[in-house]
Design a protein around this ligand. Structure first.
Ligand SMILES: Cc1cc2nc3c(=O)[nH]c(=O)nc-3n(C[C@H](O)[C@H](O)[C@H](O)COP(=O)(O)OP(=O)(O)OC[C@H]3O[C@@H](n4cnc5c(N)ncnc54)[C@H](O)[C@@H]3O)c2cc1C
Length: 416
């Protein structure tokens, strides 16, 4: 069923009795050409592009819980392509371009809102660094704009410009950045993939791989063995646990990241802002709540909830930037498991086991990467060659010393 304004009108006039489920609930078949493990944004996008772009017809996505229950439905919804390094910027710009056409492409309202993102500048050295980053973005075909403090003040008058420790001296704006309703992305890709014949199987946990003579023949699941020509793993925060079942030890640690939302307010924040002197980022949802986040909890964990010291730390960052926040009531907070790689950049690669492919290590940035990650992983699975924008995201970069350390923070996951 195609969604359109006309369809909404038609259904309204007929008592909304004609809507169909957005995707089927099929029983698993004994074998597929390609099995994707993980029904998050990346797994679903991979299946969608495999079917739509690469003509694959016999695909399953296996999800241990429900669609949208992982990080794809837990993140702070920010999209942007304001990276600097060669390995990253073309990939994230490719992703932003895919976001721009996504809703028409998969015929679903994901509320893509290019309301702009602004990285605040608090020192002269930071202005130099952001100028360099902006130039790298423009060289890669992205948009970037350096703003003075006065220009920032016109758009965000309520920020604390004259804070003695962190005065605001300007900002790096990317007008095409913004937010997307995160769970609608999962639903849109799921519906788009299902309508192209992909079997989306929820409540189906992969418990192991069947590997014989160096070749992956399929997966053991809570619903029995499922054979596969190729297996793609896209389980985000569960990457290390999953790949350990294939005997692999990944350069990835799992950490909790929390997010927060306040009571609804009248429009106050026109775009996304990030604090350049601490770790705090904030936007306003269409319902009016301020959605914000900050640092990781700082210890390894598979729990999808965090602790109070980070709540205090994030609130301090928010108050330094935006003192009015202290008057607003916090409504909800939650956590997700982050797959933090050692250089802060992702991996999309084949493994040393024939037929087994891996996608993970997305750290803080995996939501904005969803379309490009799906496209590039589908490209790798379908053609056995990396997509041109993802050639740097290989396992062996750690061995070859070709890390993509965007922040220059060193090999410690909780720093990225
Ligand atoms: C609080 C928070 C805020 C964030 N904010 C942003 C942001 O603003 N912008 C941004 O770009 N990124 C952000 N991120 C990061 C982003 O959400 C993730 O990097 C991205 O969603 C991960 O990819 P995914 O959507 O495929 O993950 P998930 O949705 O977690 O998908 C993985 C799926 O695999 C399933 N799975 C795991 N093990 C198995 C198994 N054994 N068998 C079957 N299925 C399995 C899980 O149940 C899960 O559904 C944030 C993350 C968090 C937690």
């Amino acid at each position: 069923m195609r969604y359109s304004g006309f369809r909404v009108l038609q259904q309204a006039l007929t008592g909304h009795k004609g809507w169909q489920p957005a995707w089927r609930d099929p029983a698993p078949k004994p074998r597929y050409d390609i099995v994707i493990i993980g029904g998050g944004g990346h797994g679903l996008a991979t299946a969608y592009y495999l079917a739509r772009q690469f003509g694959q017809a016999n695909i399953a996505v296996l999800e241990k819980g429900w669609i949208g229950g992982g990080n794809v439905g837990r993140n702070t919804t920010i999209i942007r392509s304001n990276y600097m390094l060669d390995g990253n910027e073309p990939f994230y710009e490719f992703s932003l371009k895919l976001w721009e056409g996504l809703e028409q492409d998969f015929n679903y309202n994901a509320m893509v809102s290019q309301r702009g993102i602004l990285n605040l500048i608090h020192s002269d050295a930071q202005r130099d660094a952001f100028t360099r980053r902006g130039n790298a973005m423009i060289l890669n075909g992205a948009d970037a704009e350096l703003l003075t403090a006065e220009q920032v003040r016109r758009e965000y008058p309520f920020l604390n410009f004259d804070n003695a420790r962190f005065p605001i001296k300007g900002g790096l704006a990317q007008r095409r950045g913004g937010t997307v309703r995160h769970d609608a992305v999962a639903w849109g890709y799921a519906r788009g993939a299902d309508s192209r014949g992909v079997d989306i199987i929820q409540n189906c946990e992969v418990t192991g791989f069947r590997i014989e003579n160096g070749t992956c023949l399929g997966v053991e699941t809570s619903r029995g063995f499922i054979g596969a020509g190729k297996v793609g793993v896209a389980v985000a925060g569960n990457s290390s646990r999953m790949m350990a079942k294939a005997g692999m030890r990944l350069p990835i640690e799992s950490h909790v990241l929390q997010a927060f939302v306040t009571e609804g307010l009248k429009p106050v924040l026109p775009g996304v802002i990030t604090f350049g002197a601490g770790h705090f980022y904030c936007s306003q949802s269409d319902k009016g709540g301020l959605v914000f986040g900050g640092d990781l909890d700082g210890y390894n964990s598979y729990a999808q909830r965090g602790n109070l010291p980070v709540v205090e730390d994030v609130a301090e960052g928010g108050m330094a930037l935006f003192p009015g926040l202290g008057r607003v009531r916090l409504l909800r907070m939650w956590g997700g498991i982050m797959d933090m790689s050692m250089d802060g950049s992702p991996i999309i690669d084949r493994t040393h086991i024939d037929g087994l492919y891996f996608n993970g290590g997305w750290c803080y940035g995996g939501f904005k990467a969803t379309p490009a990650s799906g496209w590039c992983f589908a490209h790798l699975l379908a053609t056995d060659t990396p997509h041109p924008t993802a050639t740097a995201y290989r396992f062996d970069r750690f061995k070859r010393g070709r890390m993509i350390d965007e922040k220059g923070m060193g090999a410690q996951p909780n720093l990225h």
